[in-house]
Design a protein around this ligand. Structure first.
Ligand code: I3S
Length: 128
């Protein structure tokens, strides 16, 4: 059990709790719905699971079924402009499939780390 537990962790490159909302789906604007999501970056995939009742339990979060996933290959990431959100430390993620997400945390260091990780992922998988 312990072995499968650890091997299930190995592929994830980064995880943490972030505030997330979709703003566009299949190229169409959708209504914002900020939710606290356990976010996992795994290879070129970004997975979101609903936060476990606001708890940051890594175990519960990582084991829960992802609510949705996005493929970062061919996507882009940038600091969101002020008109995208009134919140601070907001990063905009765009996918090739026409999904746009905002990810945010009140902790600027947390968001900067995600920004870097997402950029690295996109450039690493640029030719796939
Ligand atoms: O970009 P908007 O429309 O100003 O986004 C705000 C709204 O989505 C608002 O919800 P409703 O208008 O659906 O009730 C959210 O509560 C706000 O958080 C959104 O703005 P921020 O600036 O927080 O992303």
């Amino acid at each position: 059990v312990l072995m499968s537990f650890f091997s299930s962790l190995q592929p994830s490159e980064k995880c943490g709790l972030l505030n997330v909302t979709k703003i566009t789906e299949h190229g169409k604007k959708v209504r914002k719905n900020w939710t606290s999501s356990w976010t996992v970056l795994q290879g070129s995939t970004l997975l979101f699971a609903k936060g476990q009742g606001g708890g940051t339990s890594w175990f519960g979060g990582a084991q829960s079924k992802p609510e949705f996933t996005v493929d970062l290959r061919g996507g882009s990431v940038e600091w969101a402009s002020k008109d995208k959100s009134s919140k601070k430390h907001v990063v905009e993620v765009k996918t090739r499939q026409g999904t746009e997400l905002l990810i945010q945390s009140d902790n600027d260091g947390v968001v900067s780390d995600w920004y870097r990780a997402l950029q690295d992922t996109i450039s690493t998988h640029a030719w796939e």
